[in-house]
Design a protein. Sequence first.
Length: 223
Amino acid sequence: MVITNILIMKTRLYTFFSESHQEIFDNYFLPSFNIHLSDDFFLVAHRTPQVCVSGDFNTEGFSEAMGLKLGILKKAIEENPDLPFVYADCDIQFFKSPLKDMHKYLTPDVDMVAQDDVDTICAGFFFARGTQKFAKFIDHMIKVNHYYANDQIAINMHKVLIKYTLLPKSKYLTVGNFNGGVVWEGDETISIPSDIVMHHANFTIGVKHKLHMLQWVKSSQHE
């Protein structure tokens, strides 16, 4: 009964990871969630098969892995009828709870509020609500995902089907918004905001680079 009450009171936050990203999840995502988000959110973490052999962006099997993610989103919508929820990739670390921002930006007329990925929707972090409209959008993404290299391209190609807004770049950090949108290979001279809600370790390729970036950004925040 206590667990049921917690699930009703807290907003669900969904993520998924496979073996290649276990270290990132264990050392950055989960500890930061437990410190900063556990009072406001209930974590739903799915451990999926390693369908992308390397685990690297846009390599063999990556689109199939994103298909698994879309299935998780479909389930999330079913579990949150007309209720808000959060999706976050496992290569994310948190520094504050986004709960207040979620309610501020996810207004009744908006279907999705996503991280700004150099002026495009980032499919790796967003607020949404389990509405019929968003369910239809995700069902459509499941049907067309295999035509694209990844789900983010698919979502941005079909974003006219929903109403969306983008989160502030200075609070929801991706390095691509501060280095000209180039692939990060270890440059620690980039000036990044010092008071952020979260950091998404994209715009770099490979788990080794992601771990390096996560630690660098974490150190810059002086937790």
